[in-house]
Design a protein around this ligand. Structure first.
Ligand code: ADP
Ligand code: MG
Ligand code: ZN
Length: 454
């Protein structure tokens, strides 16, 4: 199908009740997908509307079925419910459904005039005879619009969500070469993208739609902890600076709404550290509380509420527990010690400045935390009992080395991300410590590495 912009917009309103596309990327992906000429790869951050990229084309190909692989029954149910509320016919086939439900769905799929528009299935279905039969039937009757792989990073052993069943999907790709495939993910690291292309055997040239990783309102720097004297005081000064950056300072006097209060996150490796930093900084007048897995549900909820409502300005969190928290006015994200990987760092620091205003992302890099992490990760490799575990441990270690490289090179921080994610070099100009003052970073790094005084 080809459709001009106005027509497409009209369909978007009719079927999904959105007045506009969320982005040009979303619109362009949809136009390309509609043509059914190329396999399409979409990588956009969580929440940017990837589902619509295949749902709208699926709906517009009337009397054809789009099959969507999705890793979790809960995710599928969420999508199916959402589509049904919009009066779009969506079904699922999974191991948890009753026999009669399953019969009803299958009857429709094999009927002369199929009404199912989107069929959600889990990846383990892909290798069943039933499913292969269905696929071959739909292809024969020219009733298959697309095959979609959502959360496509699950094919990759590099990701933490690796699902062996996703590997089976590649074999399906080979069966019917003329059916276009669509792969979607929020993970954009180059390794994972390569894995997705290879494992799913996407047909070249693949049309790619990816959000560029450069965020020009984020200022990145690395502080070499062993060279700065009292690091807690250094951190305190940094927090004051972040809350007083021009625009934000003015805003905070004008803004009576506590939801719009400037705030910040400090990520630490351990619970003990979150507690310690919170204690020390609160003695120095910072409004701060720790947030980690050791808190009782009630306490954690209370911290979360206080943070969201602006009653606490800063939280110290272990990475695994930063998840429930998303505020647009995060003015800084500090990593107290080296983050675990480049994509993890990109994601965690990316919680800063969602409102588009200046925000700062900083790593406090110390020899001590570097060495202890080095030791832990190396031990994990030697102690791994299975080959799988060893592979994983080695992966973690090499990601750590890459992260060391991020901290210990005199190279634009934004360009480092761009290289990693396969983007063009961004116009950083003065959005990182290196681009602002290369000589100073080099001097600090030298004194960190060789203990020279500057
Ligand atoms: P992703 O899969 O990229 O994380 P989703 O597809 O789940 O994102 O969409 C996130 C939210 O954005 C959903 O609530 C969806 O309804 C909404 N959304 C998608 N496209 C649009 C649009 N064009 N206009 C407004 N809201 C949209
Ligand atoms: Mg999604
Ligand atoms: Zn730079």
């Amino acid at each position: 199908l080809t459709m001009d912009s106005n027509k497409l917009l009209e369909k978007l309103k009719n079927y999904f009740h959105h007045p506009t596309f969320k982005s040009d990327l979303q619109k362009n992906a949809i136009s390309t997908i509609l043509k059914r000429k190329y396999d399409v790869f979409v990588s956009m951050p969580t929440g940017s509307g990837k589902s619509l990229c295949y749902q709208l084309p699926a709906v517009l190909h009337k009397s054809k079925v789009t099959i969507v692989f999705s890793p979790l029954i809960a995710l599928m149910k969420d999508q199916v419910d959402h589509l049904r509320r919009l009066h779009i016919c969506a079904e699922t086939i999974n191991s948890k459904m009753t026999e009669s439900e399953r019969k009803r769905v299958i009857n429709d799929l094999y009927s002369v005039k199929v009404s199912t528009s989107l069929l959600y299935v889990t990846p383990e279905q892909a290798s069943t005879d039933f499913f292969k039969g269905l696929l071959s039937y739909l292809v024969r009757k020219n009733k298959l619009a697309y095959i979609v792989v959502d959360e496509a990073h699950c094919v990759s052993q590099w990701g933490h969500d690796f699902r062996p069943d996703y590997l089976k999907l590649g074999a399906l790709r080979q069966l019917y070469l003329h059916i276009p495939w669509i792969a979607l993910t929020a993970t954009a690291s180059a390794d994972v993208v390569t894995d997705i292309m290879n494992v799913l055997c996407l047909k070249t040239p693949v049309s790619k739609f990816s959000t560029p990783c450069f965020r020009s309102n984020l200022f990145y720097d690395v502080i070499f902890d062993d060279t700065i004297g009292n690091s807690y005081q250094h951190l305190k000064d940094f927090i004051d600076q972040c809350f007083c950056d021009d625009a934000n300072c003015l805003d905070s006097t004008l803004n009576i709404n506590p939801l719009n209060q400037p705030c910040g996150i400090i990520y630490c490796r351990t619970r003990e550290l979150t507690e310690e930093i919170a204690t020390v900084l609160s003695r120095r007048g910072v409004s701060i509380a720790p947030y980690h897995a050791g808190l009782k549900d009630k306490e954690r909820l209370a911290v979360q509420e206080a943070f969201m409502s602006g009653h606490i300005q800063v939280i110290t969190a272990t990475v695994s527990f930063g998840m429930g928290i998303d505020k647009a006015t995060v003015r800084f994200v500090v990593h107290w010690g080296i983050p675990s990987s480049i994509p993890a760092y990109y994601q965690e620091s990316g919680r800063a400045g969602r409102d588009g205003k200046l925000a700062r992302c900083r790593i406090y890099h110390s020899k001590h935390s570097k060495n202890s992490l080095d030791f832990i990760l190396k031990s994990a490799i030697t102690q791994a009992k299975t080959q799988d575990k060893q592979k994983k441990a080695k992966g973690s270690y090499s990601m750590f080395l890459k992260m060391i490289q991020f901290c210990e090179s005199v190279y634009c921080r934004h360009a480092f991300f761009a290289d990693y994610f396969g983007d063009a070099k961004p116009q950083c100009i003065d959005k990182c410590d290196v681009c602002c003052n290369k000589e100073a970073v080099k001097a600090d790094l030298d004194s960190f590495m060789f203990g020279l005084q500057n």
